[in-house]
Write a protein that binds this ligand. Sequence first.
Ligand SMILES: CN1c2c(nc(N)[nH]c2=O)NC[C@@H]1CNc1ccc(C(=O)N[C@@H](CCC(=O)N[C@@H](CCC(=O)N[C@@H](CCC(=O)O)C(=O)O)C(=O)O)C(=O)O)cc1
Ligand SMILES: N[C@@H](CCS)C(=O)O
Ligand SMILES: [Zn+2]
Length: 772
Amino acid sequence: MIKTHILGFPRMGEQRELKTALERHWRGELDTDALEAQAATLRARHWTLQRNAGLDHVTVGDFALYDHVANLIQLLGCEPARFGFTGRETPLQRYFAMARGTAAHVHADGCGCGTAPGEGVPALEMTKWFDTNYHYLVPEFDGATQFSLNAERLLAEVDEAIALPASPKVALLGPVSFLYLGKSKQEGFDRLVLLKRLLPAYEQLLTRLAARGVTWVQLDEPILGLDLPPAWADALRLAYARLGVVGQPLLLATYFSPLAGNLDLACELAVAGLHVDAVRAPGELLAVAMKLPQDRELSVGIVDGRNIWRSDLDQALGQLRKVQALRGGRLWVAPSCSLLHVPFSLRDDKALDTELQGWLAGAVEKLDELRVLKRALWGDEASVARELAEARVAHAARAVSPRVRNGTVAARVKALPADADRRRSPFAARRAAQRQRLRLPAFPTTTIGSFPQTPAIRAARAAFKRGQLPEGDYRQAMQREIELAVRKQEALGLDVLVHGEAERNDMVEYFGEQLSGFAFTANGWVQSYGSRCVKPPVLFGDVSRPQAMTVDWTVFAQRLTSKPMKGMLTGPITILQWSFVRDDQPRADTALQIALAIRDEVADLEAAGIAVIQIDEPAIREGLPLRRADWGAYLAWATRAFRVAASPVRDDTQIHTHMCYSEFNDILPEIAAMDADVITIETSRSDMELLRGFGDFRYPNEIGPGVYDIHSPRVPDAAEMLRLLQKAAAVIPPELLWVNPDCGLKTRGWPETEAALQQMVQAAQTLRRQLA
Ligand SMILES: CN1c2c(nc(N)[nH]c2=O)NC[C@@H]1CNc1ccc(C(=O)N[C@@H](CCC(=O)N[C@@H](CCC(=O)N[C@@H](CCC(=O)O)C(=O)O)C(=O)O)C(=O)O)cc1
Ligand SMILES: N[C@@H](CCS)C(=O)O
Ligand SMILES: [Zn+2]
């Protein structure tokens, strides 16, 4: 028997209805019932699409109002005590408090949350979901963590699906990955000891789902794709020995990475079925098909859940038929991972020409690919002959399209000198030249680039894109925003200014729109975190830069001030990582092409008199392969691509880079090898803990550890930032320290931005008095 299913579906809706509803709710314009009604409408719509594509089950439990890991924290009743919940809040209030922090916190007696009255409680930390651009909320664990099942929301969603009518398969993160992806909040605490407390909650849940008529529960254990310490592998054995006998059939799902040394373990676990990612690990598929006991179901993730290329259905059928033969004709067919990471649909996207549309598949189109594969595997190929032929034609056309290859780009790459990734002098000499030119005070203050993307800015750009605002008027409107940002920074007393990125829709899409080899979409939104979405450009061909992309805006801003204006670029690895990239050449080759385009922009900015240029690489850590054995090769080409972009400049031009959201300590030598003159990093949410590694490693160049979290509207005071800076100065030589926020300020409003920056400048001034 052939079955089809998906591991998860995009939540936002075709027109980002969930984003709109959430943001209205947070502004107080939409009440809870209306928000929940919108969410239910979206779920029903998405299940209907799944059912109509002939999937055997619709997936329930993948939907979330903010994040699926946050849902699980509530489902398992382990909301951190530091939030000081009194029991009087609704579950939804508690949920959004964990996700977004609270502005002011009123203490119940002895709530023990550790904050002073009225201070507010910071949100849960957010971190990248494996190597994706999706962020999950990090569960917090300590010795006091208890679990108790709160299944009402999930059970209600199951009932909604049954009422549709549809057959629900519930999808949740499994217990071992849940613990692994969380953080121990107590010095020396091993969160794995919580497994024995956690399993009963899962057991109760499975029992209740079985009683509700749920025939399958998918438990995701993506950590099977990592190099697992033996204790975590044992934890998987223990967990599934218990959960596998509850009586609820379990499909264990792994994705994003080969199973490698965990292949035997994954095939041994006592579950009714196993899902594997045959896109990221095609070479393992037959080994799994042979190893997995015949009484288990095998789900093959053959449709790429991480990219938007139309599937090569002939090739997929070839692979699936081999597995089918090994599995006695039984097989489940699925996307490689949740479709959360691809746009809802690209079929009629207004910004894509029809040829490109034909090469691509969003989530809805991927459902249709599953329908076609199922029919063909049933032996009913004739009924889908048209679809198979169309896919064949599109693939053949893409392979030979003149739009994809550009001889000039290839020639430039071939002729690139071996030292194209080297600055002219070592850091010490550059530093002297830059000090001479920039004459900055000790502990220079700066920001990371973006200032608030106000509704007025977004509305002006939307009107411009709709053709309702002439280009000249749009440029003037953006120049007014830039001038406003410059004046505010001068008034605040910042030392190195930025133009504020008002003219950019997004730090990657903006460059994708201007570079050849990229296409962009009108509606290809993908959730990044909470209600925030990005529209990754589609990198389909050789990359080149027809003309300067940022020089006019930067020069305009520099002319407004005598302070140094930092040019602001996105680096090659981040552009690569946050785009949908071509699958017909190695990522390393694509990265180098992008690097050359950015290199030209760096050279043009310098020639235009810009003395400080920041090349953002927040995604360099996220791009790391999930298996350590593959890190070396990646880091070599990724850091070289950065250096190629950064190296055409004179010694007295200061190159900054910026990284956020990441644990950097395990790649510090490679970060140092990028050889940026200054690096700004996110550190405030870990209370500068991230910086300790930079100190221990003796990071050689200048560092700006972020002194406040930009994800929350909460305004920290100068004393708090001073404390963080003092902590930083204890591990980093003070003469190397910069003072800046964690990341860009585009998601904030001006009032809190100005208030926080004023406190930040004050903290730097105090530090200068204390330490300079
Ligand atoms: C630094 N981060 C980024 C990541 N990935 C990126 N590609 N870019 C990033 O900056 N990954 C890690 C983090 C994630 N952080 C964020 C932070 C903020 C956002 C965000 O604010 N997203 C916006 C959309 C941004 C955008 O593209 N804006 C466009 C279009 C805006 C729009 O929706 N316009 C409406 C009309 C509006 C009107 O009329 O007023 C429309 O077209 O319908 C623009 O400014 O032009 C978001 O709103 O979600 C994302 C990731
Ligand atoms: N320059 C960008 C970096 C974000 S990671 C910004 O400030 O938004
Ligand atoms: Zn950042």
